[in-house]
Ligand binder design. Sequence first.
Ligand code: ADP
Ligand code: ZN
Length: 606
Amino acid sequence: MGLPPPRDFAYRDPAMSAAALLPLLKSTFGFDAFRGRQAEVVDRVMAGERTLAVMPTGAGKSLTYQLPAVALDGCVVVVSPLIALMHDQLRGARAAGIRAASLTSVDADFADTRQAYRDGALDLLYIAPERATGDGFRSLMEARAPALFAIDEAHCVSEWGHDFRPDYRLLRPLLDAFPDVPRLALTATADKHTREDILVQLGIPGDGLVLAGFDRRNIRYRVTPRISAAKQLTDFIAANPGPGIIYCPTRDGAERMAAKLAAATGRSVAAYHAGLDPETRARVQHDFVASEDGIVTATVAFGMGIDKPDVRFVAHAGLPKSIESYYQETGRAGRDGDPAEALMLWGAEDFARARMRLSELPDARIAGERARLNALAALVETVECRRALLLRHFGENPPERCGNCDTCLDPPSQVDATVLAQKLLSAVYRTGQSYGAGHVEAVLTGRADERVASRGHDKLSVFGIVSGEEARLIKPLVRTLVAREALETTEHGGLMFGPAGRAVMKGEVPVLIAEPPARRLTRTSRGERAAANPVGDPLFDALRATRRELAIEAGVPPYVIFHDAVLRAMASERPATRSALGGIPGVGAKKLEAWGDAFLSVIRQF
Ligand code: ADP
Ligand code: ZN
């Protein structure tokens, strides 16, 4: 079967630049301007070029094909690997008045969708990769060439990426069958290696790479030792009224934490992990997405495919797997650009456990995993800017200080613990490398309790060599030395020398640690910002209530109606007319028509 003759693509018209689409951006999405590097990507798409856009989560990747979908005559085909994600996008697109549909195993209106595509009645068509590579889809494309192929989560095409999917490799023949149709590959997570591979795999020229910065300025990072996770998280939640995710290291831990936090905070807290049955999982996920204040305690099984823009916090109750996963997980907070918080609680035992697991790995992987752990150790230990450290990890060159992480907001002073570390290690050594931190501390500070006395440890030369003032540094120092592999823990929780122990004991490496955060932990005043939403403001609350009603009526999550930022603007500007309401960023023509009057009538009552 021959291909249809090349079409006269509307995008060959130079007037169809991103700048020329600004009125359409406003009328469809209600936005006044492009964000970050969106304009560049849209320009390339409209010029018919091939592009790989690497942009952090929340940068607004979907707009770079949804806007062309409205502007171009012809349908934009979006390959996307997750049905949940697709349907979420579909709802958003339809709410903006875009004629969108999806072809997935759970869509019943299959024949209708195909027909609508053939009739040119669609702007946007979402399809799963395994379906996109089939013959049926190919013939549909041959019946009518699409205006653009958008390949979402494009890192799936690369074996270097963290989520390789063989189906993605089979897309190439489809793309090549339509050489004139522009391609747009999109991803949030691709290191240099993976980026280069995506370009090759999808036939995109090197100069087609648009790489946006990784920085998520609205996320405030905090990393702090875990003293009592439930207590710390309870305080944290109290200061963060919006929806949030709390990552827990184990399924059990997620369940227990959900119960504790629900009791302590009175908020709705649900556990999510791979051990739950599929219905429960789907329900927890659905409720969370629809909620304005829900909390999920979850293992890392949670989050992929969740496109909820108003997640206000992501907490880690234990050490994440790597900096990459930490960045991806915390990146689920604040996609809407409003202030968001990321809190990590860590303990020496997290490192001890992770290092123990290293020995179970095949030799070829040990060095890599050890490097990952060391990078995490540097992150939790640093007294410098957390964001700068993270961004440097991803190859960026950030400013020294960000002003929006714990160490920037409340710089810890550094203490030279080199000599104390020598004392500590020699106490570990002299007591036989089998006692826990508490016992070693008792020996060092000269506390001759029964255990110390019965072992004769009060006779050792290290007994009582640490003064009261220095004693407060022992626990944080143990954490640091474990994180750095100078100490390891035995099966029974005792401390023993790790590979880096000897050099530290000899005083060959300086050990600088942050002043213990005991007091900083409970201090909430400094750097604490007011929650972005004026919760308690009667008009804002009434607007939210209306949004909830409309959301239930339309069967979509509240954020699909309007984002919080839009409601805030309504509450402060109090527009009285449709046109004034339409001037608020985020209020497009379709939404104005569908929901404008409902909100105007609320505003009039105040
Ligand atoms: P990504 O897919 O890159 O994670 P999304 O496409 O989900 O990001 O967009 C994140 C949020 O940013 C969405 O809520 C979207 O409405 C908003 N957004 C996108 N582009 C703009 C823009 N130009 N101006 C304002 N908000 C935008
Ligand atoms: Zn900082």
